[in-house]
Design a protein around this ligand. Sequence first.
Ligand code: ZN
Length: 84
Amino acid sequence: MKSLKTGFNPLEREEMNYHEYLDYWVCKCGNFEKMKGFNASTKYGNLISPIGAEYCRCEQCGRVIEIHSHTIIGINLTPDRGRF
Ligand SMILES: [Zn+2]
């Protein structure tokens, strides 16, 4: 079984940019909800059920985002996708 932290690298906390015209939060890589979007994840970027998830992972660059604060906290390029 893989470690919970496999593939995860913490980054300095940084708030996402809010795009007022699009009315979306935009990842540092330019991805946003209507592009590749984000998937619910653990704080280490491994994908989980979206119900009650507190973190999500950018599908374009792998950054892990704390949802309630829209803050980028790390990156995981090789997440455990489980069944999601
Ligand atoms: Zn991204």
